[in-house]
Design a protein around this ligand. Structure first.
Ligand code: AMP
Ligand code: GLY
Length: 427
């Protein structure tokens, strides 16, 4: 088949890397892609926020199947536009994408369907939210979440009342997230370890992929501001087979059944952000796409061809689809521009990519990079994800960091402790 991949981050590079060599994939087009993806697919300009523009590319290129990486096109209804045009696409419809695009919807959905999640209150005005904080219904720390998509910046884990109030004011008075902050969720802060769980869904049933763990904070030791993700590893030593079965039974199946009952059948990948608490797994968030940087470590673990499985999910019949893995640990280290997630410079030349890729068991995925006059320049906050695989987490980590050390650009920022948790956890 001829396939269109939508997006241009390291997650999409990992998807392109996995899909491009597969038997079923005759040709791969990517919009907009990036400098790394350009080595695997023909890249075309594309505004991913615009579902009609995505359909126009699919029609012009006569593609057989479209796979969507990021959430924005899904929240904007690209799956509905493709369904109306009779073109298969991997990713949920707009109504189901609200699981990610509206935290108010997601929390109410979970409450309605008995899916384990933190206790919460929805507030539609700043006064109501400030009163909820002052009432200390959930004690401190407390979590304040802007309702809509806020580029990963809409959540504050507030240690005290003043911080919680400031978060409410930023969202609801200062309008820091625009319309995305016109409602907030105030919720109980859960304690435990976090894991990311990915499930390919065909509307009725789901096929779980290897689990992963993300490192969201900017600095070593999980300190500093939240980012899109500074590194990840897979599989998560915290997610045993028994726990995965429990999450499928207690979270995923009720979610698929509930969405179907609500007339919003879910086809695509469901990302379940879990907090593994003393009382069992609880849902912190749903996303309607693969995680980034988790995809960069999860997809290389899968030895089976993925395109037929994504197509089966998208067309509503996973049947007996299954995947194989050798189970080798993977560690992915994000190389970011200095200053990220705040202000940073771009346009710096990236050196040493070939030397990094020559390290055994290593693959380098591009995010914020672009080609100019034969040189590869930085073009974003998260620039690369360097992934190492090994027989142990220690070996995977050593390879990823050895490769990352080969790569240079001015003011690069890399956490030094990605994957340490997996080693501490018995990897
Ligand atoms: P999100 O943007 O929804 O991924 O949330 C960002 C991060 O905030 C999560 O990865 C958690 O570390 C943290 N978080 C969100 N909700 C809670 C909660 N109820 N309890 C504890 N931490 C939370
Ligand atoms: N790694 C977190 C996310 O993709 O949202």
């Amino acid at each position: 088949m001829k396939l269109l991949l939508v997006g241009g981050g390291a997650r999409e590079h990992a998807l392109a890397w996995k899909l491009s060599g597969e038997q079923a994939v005759r040709e791969l087009v990517c919009g907009p892609g990036n400098a790394g993806i350009a080595g695997l697919a023909r890249c075309v300009p594309l505004d991913v926020a615009d579902p009609e523009a995505i359909l126009a590319v699919a029609e012009r290129e006569q593609v057989d199947f479209t796979v969507v990486g990021p959430e924005l096109p899904l929240a904007n209804g690209v799956a509905d536009v493709f369904a109306a045009a009779g073109r298969p696409l991997f990713g949920p419809r707009k109504a189901a994408a609200r699981l990610e695009s509206s935290k108010v919807y997601a929390k109410r959905f979970m409450a309605r369907h008995g899916i384990p999640t933190a206790r919460f209150r929805v507030c539609d005005t700043a006064d109501a939210a400030l009163a909820a904080v002052a009432g200390e219904a959930f004690g401190f720390p407390v979590v304040v979440k802007a309702d809509g998509l806020a580029a990963g910046k809409g959540v504050t884990v507030a240690p005290d009342r003043a911080t919680a109030e400031a978060a409410v004011r930023a969202a609801m008075v200062d309008g820091r997230f625009g319309a995305a902050g016109s409602s907030v969720v105030i919720e109980e802060c859960l304690a435990g370890e976090e894991a990311s769980f990915f499930v390919l869904c065909d509307g009725r049933s789901g096929l779980a992929l290897p689990s992963a763990q993300d490192h969201k904070r900017a600095f070593d030791g999980d300190r500093g501001p939240n980012t899109g993700g500074m590194g990840a590893f897979a599989p998560s030593p915290l997610v045993s087979r028994a726990l995965a079965d429990r999450v499928m039974a207690e979270v995923v199946q009720p979610t698929l059944d509930g969405l179907r009952a609500d007339g919003a059948e879910y086809r695509g990948v469901l990302y379940v952000g879990l907090m593994l608490t003393r009382d069992g797994p609880q849902v912190i968030e749903f996303n309607v796409r693969f995680g980034d940087p988790e995809a960069q470590v999860v997809l290389p673990m899968i030895e089976t061809d993925l395109a037929p499985i994504l197509f089966a999910a998208a067309t509503g019949d996973l049947g007996t689809a299954a995947w194989r893995t050798a189970g080798d640990p993977h560690v992915g280290v994000v190389m970011a521009s200095g200053g990220y997630p705040g202000k940073y410079e771009t346009g710096h030349e990236i050196d040493g990519l070939a030397a990094a890729e020559a390290v055994p068991g290593v693959v380098v995925f591009h995010a914020g990079s672009r080609l100019q006059d034969g040189r590869i320049l930085t073009s974003g906050g998260r620039v690369l994800t360097v992934v190492g695989r090994g027989g142990t987490f220690g070996e995977a980590r050593e390879r990823a960091y050895r490769a990352a050390a080969c790569i240079s650009f001015p003011d690069k920022h890399v956490r030094t402790d990605i994957g340490m948790k997996a080693i501490a956890g018995g990897g």
